[in-house]
Design a protein around this ligand. Structure first.
Ligand code: NAP
Length: 248
């Protein structure tokens, strides 16, 4: 993979799981990393240290991406610290599962606010910076369920499908400015988010994965690293599925 030396990447929701793996992978390629997190700060200092041991610089910025002004604050602080933002990874996400007939209005709203509006908030505030720089990479973390749907996730699948539409529109709007926008759609990846699912759900999901194994956060990070690097210069508006073949 081409080096990311001298580049700065903002990764939202990078305190754990897929976001953390992305932060580490981009740091390995030489990028300065802005680790955004919402509340879980216990392991952040350790992650900053782990990144510096890889020879890259890192700062942690607390901020809730679902709040417009906080997303703006994250981008401002990142720019003040490193002078550029070359890569934005919209990774922050939550689930609040439930069947349609029982889903509370606030659970629908909250998932849309974080997973979809949060990505817009960051996109909105990073775009002027990248346009001024005449280039950049934006990678949105969608999901297999944004493509195929999933019973019990009407809020989450709507947000993740919305992210794919947002990716395609942003790709068209920003291509002439040298900004590539793509999405990654992970399948079932072993993180805190999927750890809470019952054994029954895990077993039935596994049966639907042609490669017959769950994914690792690093599998997603590798796809993001490709999209963040110059190896993917001629790719924009696409969705890369990292799902062991769940969507073919
Ligand atoms: P995770 O382990 O639950 O981690 C979620 C991360 O998002 C945490 O760092 C969390 O911060 C952060 N976050 C949540 N709300 C936020 C907010 N409002 N502002 C800023 N940060 C916020 O989840 P994951 O499995 O790594 O998932 C990462 C992304 O991949 C999500 O978008 C998810 O939907 C997507 N995805 C996951 C899977 C999977 O199988 N795991 C599959 C498809 C897609 P705190 O630590 O502070 O709470």
């Amino acid at each position: 993979m081409e080096s990311l030396k001298g580049k700065t990447a903002v990764v939202t929701g990078a305190s754990r799981g897929i976001g953390k793996a992305i932060a580490l992978r981009l740091a390995e390629l030489g990028a300065n990393i802005v680790i955004n997190y919402r509340s879980n700060s216990s392991s952040i200092e350790e992650l900053v240290k782990e990144i510096s041991e890889k020879g890259s610089k890192a700062i942690a910025i607390q901020g809730d991406v679902s709040i417009f002004s906080e997303a703006e604050g994250i981008m401002k602080k990142a720019l003040e610290t490193f002078g550029t933002i070359d890569i934005l990874v919209n990774n922050a996400g939550i689930t609040k599962d439930g069947l349609i007939m029982r889903m509370k209005e606030e659970d629908f709203d909250k998932v849309i606010e974080v997973n979809l509006k949060g990505a817009f908030n960051c996109l909105r505030h990073v775009t002027p910076i990248m346009v001024k720089q005449k280039g950049g990479r934006i990678i949105n973390i969608s999901s297999v369920v944004g493509v195929s749907g999933n019973a019990g996730q009407v809020n989450y699948s709507a947000a993740k499908a919305g992210l794919i539409g947002m990716t395609k529109t942003a790709a068209r709007e920003l291509a002439s400015r040298g900004i590539n926008v793509n999405a990654v759609a992970p399948g079932f990846i072993q993180t805190d988010m999927t750890e809470v699912l019952s054994d029954k759900v895990k077993e039935s999901t596994l049966n639907n994965i042609p490669l017959k194994k769950f994914g690792r956060a690093e599998d997603v990070a590798n796809a993001v690293a490709f999209l963040a690097s110059s190896n993917s210069d001629y790719i924009t508006g696409q969705v890369i599925h990292v799902d062991g073949g769940m969507v073919i």
